[in-house]
Design a protein around this ligand. Structure first.
Ligand code: ADP
Ligand code: F6P
Length: 320
């Protein structure tokens, strides 16, 4: 029976991480385990910046964005020396298992630490929804809703001025936020890395729809594509329609998590502790067909996630 586990958040923060930490802490306590919170990702593990948590340590955090454990990127942990330091710290503190809430990078670290005998379970926490083994990542729903609210506001002013609003949304290498916010906001065009695009086609669609009376336009650009200022300028030149670019940026990472993020984070946190309590590690928790499942970390890291081609087609067909 595992007696002591740790929990950390790593990589970019995401709304719902606190709900996941809460679920981990309380599920572990329920099973008679001690839980240590580790601050600032793998940094805290290397330096020993840890504190014991109890039921009350996670009171009133389920509704809060960000992460009470803080998060960071830790270059040292990418080295064998860094992993060994972290392992020694775990041994010194008696931490036998670890829940790592983060993205693919954080899972690579978790695999390294598992190979050194500290059982790790990864929980997918990132607004990008770019983790292949899961159809859903903690933070995604909140980020999409924030993007949607912001684009709705931009629509108001684009409407008043008969303008085109080019909006860049987050998603380092993935267009999921772009596509979903795009369809939810009635964007005329969604530009993502996954689908080849041509600005002549975008301009053509704007002009064609203008002929039927459309007077304002939303063009969503995924962060991975970038150049939103330039895209706005080119579209204005090609169409004669006044255009403005807005980069939504980190506002999409903040805010109180939605119901979906709170519920999924709670389910996944609970599931992770169940694995550890059975002595199972080197796993990543995910969602498939709406069910919580788990995978070997290496296997999870080699999986590929398909883009939502059908949704893209629907968005394109109905935005006329
Ligand atoms: P995310 O977890 O969101 O993908 P990063 O890629 O920045 O974010 O990774 C977060 C942290 O995970 C890094 O700062 C590092 O400490 C650790 N990490 C990332 N990649 C590796 C790797 N290949 N091996 C070991 N640790 C890694
Ligand atoms: O992975 C989440 C994410 O918000 C990406 O969408 C974005 O590219 C990146 O993190 C930004 O990272 P940082 O906060 O380090 O600038």
């Amino acid at each position: 029976m595992m007696k002591k586990i740790g929990v950390l958040t790593s990589g970019g923060d995401a709304p719902g991480m606190n709900a996941a930490v809460r679920a981990v802490v309380r599920s572990a306590i329920r099973r008679g385990m001690e839980v240590y919170g580790i601050r600032r990702g793998y940094n805290g593990l290397i330096t020993g910046d840890v504190f014991e948590m109890n039921q009350r340590s996670v009171s009133s955090i389920i509704q809060r964005g960000g992460t009470l454990l803080y998060t960071a990127r830790c270059p040292e942990f990418r080295t064998e020396e860094g992993v060994l330091k972290a392992k020694e710290k775990c041994v010194e503190l008696g931490i036998e298992g670890l829940v790592v809430i983060g993205g693919d990078g954080s899972f690579r670290g978790a695999a390294d630490l598992s190979a050194h005998g500290i059982l790790c379970v990864g929980l997918p926490g990132t607004i990008d929804n770019d983790i292949a083994c899961t159809e859903y990542t903690i933070g995604y729903d909140t980020a999409m809703n924030t993007a949607m609210e912001m684009v709705d506001k931009l629509r108001d002013t684009a409407h008043s001025h008969d303008r085109c609003s080019v909006v860049e949304v987050m998603g380092r290498n993935a267009g999921y936020i772009a596509l979903n916010a795009g369809i939810a906001c009635g964007a005329t065009y969604v530009i993502t890395k996954e689908v080849p695009y041509n600005l002549d086609d975008v301009a053509k669609k704007m002009l064609e729809t203008r002929k039927t009376g459309k007077q304002n336009f939303i063009i969503i650009v995924s962060e991975g594509v970038g150049h939103s200022e330039e895209i706005a300028k080119i579209l204005e030149e090609k169409t004669g329609i006044e255009s403005r670019a807005t980069i939504l940026g980190h506002v999409q990472r903040g805010g109180s998590p939605t119901v979906r993020d709170r519920v999924v984070a709670s389910e996944m946190g609970y599931y992770a502790v169940n694995l550890l309590s059975q002595g199972i590690g080197n796993r990543v928790v995910g969602m498939q067909g709406g069910k919580i499942v788990d995978f070997d970390i290496q296997e999870a890291l080699t999986m590929k996630k398909p883009f939502e081609e059908e949704l893209y087609k629907i968005s394109d067909e109905i935005s006329i």
